[in-house]
Design a protein around this ligand. Structure first.
Ligand SMILES: *Cc1c(COP(=O)(O)O)cnc(C)c1O
Ligand SMILES: [Zn+2]
Length: 414
């Protein structure tokens, strides 16, 4: 059952029919999907969600897709892990990690692309495309392959090898652009005007963005139908951040939560690309674009499309915005791996480092239910940490050589 009604301009409120368009013709504001929440409240129950598939598609009735088959490689319904060890280290009793590393192409981008690819097929497009900071390229290439669509992915040429190979394996046309993500994105906007292609994060962005709401729904369901007290989110364009909050609010609105949404939403960015944090610190809603310089390449968007709305979400939720230095990102990745056994990419390191800042500032109470979104896998960004890890013991294949090496490393064989 689809409860979608229309697209609506977020600025002037004008409504449009559900077409592959993304900006208002009158004021150039971004368009957003609107739903019939009264009907949704009557039709969607916890019981039918629980009986649904173990993927993001258990929330199908809350997403903007029609009745046909969805493009599904089993994105979502990832684990929410009680982080007892990390929590003990930081003095937090109710810390959780939303582990989105374990998605099919190893990042949360599978959620948004599963919706976008489904819409692309519904609209009759033959080609799926994107401008990407890396993970989106992997997700678009994977879903394009599954859907049998022609696929073009555009990336900055200086991306990590893991992301290039992680996209190329699915057989897309991979275009490495000598420029920053913001330049790739501008090029793709021009191409989107020229070719009848479904650019997931340009002309079908209103639908694409809705996929991130499932990161809100799942966490609430996994917490026993409650919204958390804190949600710490690594942010690039700001889209996922705003949609997680929208997800919590929608569940409340249709009567599926046990508590009211009182979640402090926290934007986490790397200081080398922190246009949203900068604006928050300067107490303005106007984003000043920056030129990114950080190891957190998945977050390296200097001119974030949803930055303004992310700032509004911080205000509305009494949240916060935290920027961290690159060495803290590496420390965050190591801390997460060493305490909880999760190898996250740089974006995860950013979120963990931001969590440490909030704990140091006494912002988070020891009992507060706190969720850190770990949005992508570390195997794609190995170069970020490779030089910061402990030495390897290199030995001859003899017991003697082993024991010598252990002694030299200053370890005691148990
Ligand atoms: C894209 C990405 C983000 C940020 O998503 P936005 O919606 O652009 O803010 C965060 N983490 C990872 C791993 C990503 O790939
Ligand atoms: Zn408008």
């Amino acid at each position: 059952m689809s409860y979608t009604k229309a697209l609506r301009c977020r600025e002037c409120g004008r409504e449009y029919s559900l077409e592959p368009i993304h900006v208002c013709e009158f004021c150039f504001g971004p368009l957003e999907v609107v739903y019939d929440y009264a009907a949704m409240a009557g039709g969607v129950t916890r019981e039918n969600i629980i009986l649904g598939p173990y993927s993001m598609w258990r929330y199908r009735d809350l997403l903007p897709v029609g009745e046909g088959e969805v493009v599904d490689i089993n994105a979502g319904f990832t684990p929410l892990i009680p982080a007892n060890n990390l929590g003990r280290t930081l003095g937090l009793k109710n810390l959780y990690l939303k582990n989105d590393c374990v998605n099919p192409s190893y990042s949360f981008k599978d959620r948004v692309v599963s919706v976008a690819a489904t819409k692309a097929r519904e609209f009759g497009f033959k080609t799926l495309a994107c401008a990407s900071t890396g993970n989106l390229a992997c997700a678009v290439a994977a879903h394009g392959a599954k859907a049998g669509l022609e696929t073009y992915v555009f990336i900055p040429a200086d991306l990590e090898q893991g992301k290039i190979v992680g996209a190329a394996i699915y057989g897309p046309t991979l275009v490495a652009v000598e420029g920053s993500y913001d330049e790739v994105n501008r090029l793709c906007s021009e191409l989107a005007d020229r070719y009848p292609w479904a650019f997931v994060n340009i002309n079908i962005r209103p639908y694409y963005a809705e996929g991130s709401k499932t990161l809100g729904y799942e966490v609430a369901e996994q917490l026993g139908w409650r919204a958390p007290d804190w949600a710490i989110v690594p942010v690039a364009s700001g889209s996922m951040f705003t949609k997680i909050y929208k997800g919590f609010k929608e569940l409340e609105h249709i009567g599926l939560l046990n508590n009211g949404v009182d979640t402090h939403m926290v934007v986490a960015q790397a200081r080398g690309c922190s246009p949203i944090v900068n604006a928050f610190e300067q107490e303005t809603l106007n984003i000043r674009p920056v030129k990114p310089h950080t190891i957190a390449k998945s977050l390296a968007i200097g001119n974030p499309a949803d930055g303004y709305y992310a700032l509004k979400t911080i205000r509305e939720s009494h949240g916060a915005a935290v920027a961290v230095m690159d060495p803290e990102v590496v420390e965050g990745m190591k801390l997460l791996a060493e305490t909880e056994g999760i190898f996250a990419e740089t974006a995860g390191g950013v979120a963990i480092a931001a969590l440490k800042h909030l704990v140091a500032a006494d912002a988070i109470g020891a009992e507060d239910v706190t969720v850190v979104y770990v949005t992508g896998s570390g195997l794609k960004t190995q170069e970020a940490v490779a030089d910061a890890l402990g030495p390897r013991l290199v030995i001859k294949p003899t017991v003697h050589s082993f024991e010598e090496a252990v002694k030299e490393a200053g370890k005691v064989v148990p």
